[in-house]
Design a protein around this ligand. Structure first.
Ligand SMILES: [Ca+2]
Ligand SMILES: [Ca+2]
Ligand SMILES: [Ca+2]
Length: 467
């Protein structure tokens, strides 16, 4: 009784100010319901992730530029059995002459940036094989990935340390460098390594390699935010095409050696990972004449649809990009190689949004800048899309839908999501905007290299707790 009298008094006192909004009872109730949901959410968040630092920003995105080629627009999926990025795995022993050749051409600690000209490749008609041959000394953890135009999901070819071992000349013991700081020794006489043969990629499609890099193996295991993506399109790799053919690569094959640098501010010796690529012929290596540079934020949201929040942050996942197209001019060298002379912006491209996942069961409308997108216009509201519900596979390259955006300001994060009430209950409808520092996050912004969570799996502790 006492409480309600106090409330009454408060209401009369505020009457002059609050009259306009009080008269619209539906809006008033809706706000009250939203405030209630937010406070439930906040206390659940604090219980799970701990007290919120009042200065904590929920924008973790680095806006690191990422490089891509203009797509031919062919959409090929794994559903088409004749075209896929699956490799046949084998094993090979790489002998000392190849390792020595590599050491001579990519001496550890030598700056080889001049050899690291940007490149992409074309898928040949024949099969070709990728063979890791060397792992340098670095605490970073990485995966070698391949993007092929027309194939939705990028392929992880090989992860650091995987099935790799070496032995010195007079030893019969094979040692694995593992996932940590240890590299392959300079005393390596032979390297025992997996081989990956690709035979079903779309012929003549463009492809490129990149390393996805975490600071440590633990960071990878804990799904740490914002792994770096270092690409052959951005001179983070070098290709040497005159490598002598090792004796156990069949005659008729061309052999290229590709070296990778794992750090944008590193030493550019390109020997952090070295792999061999062979085929008859090997995939042609081309210079990149036009490249699209994107700065992308991945927004991941909770729709506040659950009484007990699950913090899977996959109820809406949308990538929004600023993009521009650049032309690159080269000097063509006598040996057929090339040297990048300059890079010129040709044009700004429209801002682009790609809806990646929608793991909620309430309809919603995204508003990014001035552009709107509503789930029910394209999908069944109840369907949980690309979040691994019922053990379905998540495709992190999937484009559920894409659309041009106007007026997005990445530093203002002017994005909202209006979520319908359960069973269309208008009182429960709410509009969620990007959280202020110190508020419990209903939306977070990350790099597009960060994978979203599987359905009902809470985001890891390390996203929100920094020690
Ligand atoms: Ca290096
Ligand atoms: Ca959720
Ligand atoms: Ca969900």
């Amino acid at each position: 009784m006492r409480t309600s009298r106090l409330l009454q008094i408060g209401c009369f006192a505020l009457l002059g100010v609050a009259f306009m909004s009080c008269s619209k009872t539906d809006v008033y109730d809706s706000n009250a319901e939203y405030e209630r949901q937010k406070s439930v959410y906040t206390s659940s968040f604090v219980k799970k992730y701990g007290e919120i630092n009042p200065n904590q920003s929920w924008d973790f995105c680095t806006m690191a530029p990422s490089y891509s080629l203009e797509s031919s627009g062919r959409a090929l999926t794994r559903g088409d059995g004749s075209v896929n990025a699956d490799a046949t795995k084998g094993e090979m022993i790489v002998g000392q002459s190849t390792i020595q050749w590599m050491f001579n051409n990519m001496t550890a600690g030598n700056n080889n940036v001049k050899k690291g000209e940007p490149f992409f490749l074309l898928v040949p008609q024949n099969s070709f094989t990728i063979v890791p041959v060397f792992q340098g000394t670095a605490s970073y953890y990485w995966q070698l990935c391949m993007h092929v135009d027309g194939i939705e999901e990028d392929k992880v070819i090989w992860s650091k340390g995987e099935d790799l071992s070496w032995r010195s000349e007079n030893s019969t013991t094979w040692t694995s460098p593992g996932t940590g700081n240890t590299g392959i020794s300079k005393n390596a006489y032979e390297v025992k390594t997996p081989t990956y043969t690709f035979a079903n990629l779309p012929v003549n499609a463009s492809m490129y390699f990149y390393l996805k890099v975490w600071n440590s193996y633990n960071d990878y295991k804990n799904n740490a935010l914002n792994p770096r993506k270092l690409s052959s399109l951005d001179r983070m790799m070098l290709a040497l095409i005159d490598c002598p053919r090792p004796t156990n690569v069949p005659e008729g094959n061309d052999v290229a050696i590709i070296g990778c640098e794992d750090d944008k501010s590193g030493d550019f010796d390109y020997e952090d990972l070295v792999f061999m690529m062979y085929g008859n012929p090997a995939p042609p290596i081309k210079h990149v004449d036009e490249v699209i540079v994107s700065e992308t934020k991945r927004y991941m949201m909770e729709d506040l649809g659950e009484e007990t929040p699950d913090f899977d942050f996959n109820d809406v996942v949308v990538d929004v990009s600023n993009r521009a197209k650049y032309r690159r001019d080269y000097k063509i060298l006598e040996n057929g190689g090339w040297e990048l002379i300059k890079e010129t912006k040709i044009e700004d491209l429209p801002q682009l949004a790609i809806v990646r996942a929608a793991g909620g069961t309430l309809d919603f409308t995204l508003k990014i800048g001035v552009t709107e997108w509503t789930k029910s216009k394209k999908f069944n509201i109840k369907e949980m899309l690309n979040t691994g519900w019922n053990n379905a596979a998540i495709s992190y390259g999937k484009v559920l839908d894409d659309f041009e955006v106007e007026g997005w300001n990445p530093s203002a994060n002017n994005i909202t999501v209006t979520v319908a009430g359960k069973a269309g209950n208008a009182v429960e409808e709410k509009t969620i905007s990007f959280p202020k520092p110190g508020d419990a996050p209903v939306i977070v912004a990350v790099d597009p290299t960060t994978n979203w969570m599987k359905e009902r799996t809470p985001a890891p502790q390390n996203w929100f707790v920094t020690e």
